[in-house]
Ligand binder design. Structure first.
Ligand SMILES: [Zn+2]
Length: 310
């Protein structure tokens, strides 16, 4: 029997307050009114009642750290540029595509890797430390949860701070690869433009023509960021591991994701099948709004920083 959860879609007040998000970062955060007090109270109740909270986080959490997402209206990369993310099959098939990808990634890396966790990441880390958060699964590949000290966490789509060898499977640090890029390309210079959610930047073909890409030092295999590119599937064992953590949880909170990608959405479907209460904090519509007991529209950092774990 379904629990009599009522779906509440909450409207925000039309009054804007001074934002705690720096103006430079607001370039990447979709327009949003300040969340009203009633919504905050309901979200507080939801979090307080959960004993083993399962959190799903997405790109909306990191926009407040200055990392653009792909899909947000007006400010996401799809809206601002004609850029589309790297496809897995193309990366594996084409040496030219890998050269272009790594050249851009090399240029974008110093800036991309310097992003810092914001108040949302820090709040979730505190919830873990205080025993509220049972498990966190993130769709983000920016390492900001781990930089914030999150431990009970699965990076569903991997992490740009690691490199995977497609030949022997060895994992190495992205920072180490940067040093190899510098050594192989001593005279190669290009300026970073806009940096994508996976660290990619924009360079023309002429600029990447002479960029040299190293291969695995152990086996000579192809090096790829340890992230799930579009068109690739998340590892089955990883999905099962996260499903097991979900089965141990008693409530689900989605933060900063429209859940358009199935790999994250599947956990909300599983939670719904398990009759777990679901709350969503996101700016704009999500694929799972019809499954949620509570929907709050607001900036993740501003909202989570005023919600107490108990
Ligand atoms: Zn290898």
């Amino acid at each position: 029997m379904r629990l009599p959860w009522r779906t509440l879609t909450l409207h925000t007040t039309p009054v804007r307050r001074a934002s705690s998000v720096p103006a430079s970062v607001l370039n990447f955060v979709p327009a949003c009114n300040t969340t009203d007090a009633h919504s905050l109270d309901l979200l507080q109740d939801f979090v307080s009642q959960a004993r083993r909270l399962f959190v799903i986080s997405g790109a909306g959490l990191s926009t407040e750290s200055g990392i653009p997402d792909y899909r947000s209206e007006g400010v996401g990369l799809y809206a601002r540029t004609d850029r589309r993310p790297m496809q897995h099959a193309e990366f594996v098939r084409s040496a030219k595509s890998r050269q272009r990808y790594w050249a851009r990634n090399f240029v974008g890396w110093p800036q991309f890797s310097s992003h810092q966790p914001n108040t949302a990441h820090k709040a979730l880390q505190q919830w873990e430390e205080k025993g509220k958060l049972h498990w966190l699964v993130t769709q983000n590949v920016d390492a900001l949860h781990s930089k914030a000290g999150q431990k009970r966490m699965t990076e569903l789509h991997g992490c740009t701070h690691r490199v995977l060898c497609l030949g022997c499977g060895v994992i190495s640090a992205r920072e180490q690869l940067q040093r190899r890029f510098v050594a192989l390309n001593p005279d190669w210079g290009a300026q970073a433009g806009a940096v994508a959610p996976d660290g990619d930047v924009f360079l023309d073909d002429e600029q990447v023509l002479h960029f040299r890409v190293p291969s695995c030092e152990d086996c000579g295999g192809i090096l790829k960021p340890d992230v799930t590119f579009f068109g690739d599937n998340v590892n089955k064992a990883t999905v099962q591991f996260v499903q097991d953590r979900l089965a141990e949880s008693d409530a689900v909170l989605v933060v900063g994701s429209s859940l358009q990608v199935y790999s994250g959405y599947r956990f909300v479907l599983a939670a719904s099948d398990r009759k777990l209460p679901i709350a969503i904090l996101n700016i704009g519509l999500t694929r799972a709004d019809h499954l949620a007991k509570l929907k709050v529209s607001g900036r993740c950092g501003e909202v989570l920083s005023v919600i107490h774990p108990f």
